[in-house]
Design a protein around this ligand. Structure first.
Ligand code: MLT
Length: 268
């Protein structure tokens, strides 16, 4: 489905049970909404499930504005307005988590549960910023296939390279299908994003924090830090998974998500 939001067209899915509590999924970089297919399937009997392509990714438009976490957040709020969703549970993985953390900080009244998966509240270090600039150069010079190959090495746990061959192929396709311009614009946006750690104690809604045991990009220590700062949050380290824990161990990921959502559902 497509809808006009801010200055772009957003591609999204809106499935599941009409009138049930809503759950919105935000994907990681440089992926798209299809990374949530297994979670949508697992939860659609009990919830209204929305997954959207973030600006510049999947089938959503890019627009002319400079990309930023704030712009992605503004697209999310505008999408919620357009879909008539006053309040929702929100689940973000990695970049999706950066957006989710910014959104619950700026619009606390719009969210009543938060799932943070393989993400962090810290801003880029100068070393991380430098890596992003090098990645922009390397995409220009060596192209998307090479960039996809390098990204995939870091995304998955070692064991996934034999156990999750189809998922790796799907992720490679998501990356190479992302327009080159979007990759560079998003890398810049990620490099200048602000920290959200100082705002974590203000989060008062139920929060579930998930992280793959072998996540090399946003490791379990980053999840532990957020868990300590968000009062009442629960933390689970997912076995047999790296950075893309929902794809690498969907069984454990979905069971934890379902359990969390069932408790949350009773409170609303
Ligand atoms: C992601 O999965 O969204 C990225 O790894 C985030 C990042 O590069 O900071």
């Amino acid at each position: 489905m497509r809808i006009s939001v801010n200055d772009i067209t957003v591609s999204y899915t809106d499935e599941g049970t009409n009138g049930a509590p809503a759950l919105i999924f935000l994907h990681g970089f440089p992926l798209n909404k299809s990374m949530w297919n297994l979670q949508a399937k697992a939860l659609e009997d009990d919830y209204r499930i929305i997954a959207c392509d973030i600006r510049g990714h999947g089938n959503s438009g890019s627009g002319d504005q400079d990309f930023s976490i704030e712009l992605f957040m503004s697209d999310l709020i505008a999408l919620m307005d357009a879909l008539n969703i006053r309040k929702t549970a929100l689940c973000g993985l990695s970049m999706g988590g950066y957006i989710a953390l910014r959104a619950v900080e700026d619009y606390p009244e719009r969210f009543d549960a938060l799932i943070l998966s393989d993400t962090t509240c810290i801003a880029d270090t100068s070393e991380a910023k430098e890596k992003r600039m090098k990645a922009i150069e390397s995409i220009k010079k060596s192209g998307m296939e090479q960039y996809a190959g390098e990204s995939i090495k870091n995304f998955f746990a070692d064991e996934s390279f034999t156990a999750r061959v189809d998922e790796i192929a799907a992720v490679r396709e998501m990356i190479v299908k992302t327009p080159e311009q979007s990759l560079s614009r998003t890398l810049l946006a990620l490099s200048v994003r602000k920290e959200t750690c100082s705002k974590l104690p203000a989060i008062k809604i139920p929060a579930l924090i998930l992280v793959g045991k072998e996540d090399k990009i946003t490791p379990p220590s980053a999840a532990q830090f957020m868990h300590e700062k968000i009062k009442g949050s629960s933390l689970h380290i997912i076995e047999h998974a790296g950075h893309l824990s929902n794809l690498e161990n969907p069984g454990e990921f979905n069971a934890l998500l379902k359990k969390f959502m069932a408790v949350y559902k009773q409170t609303i």
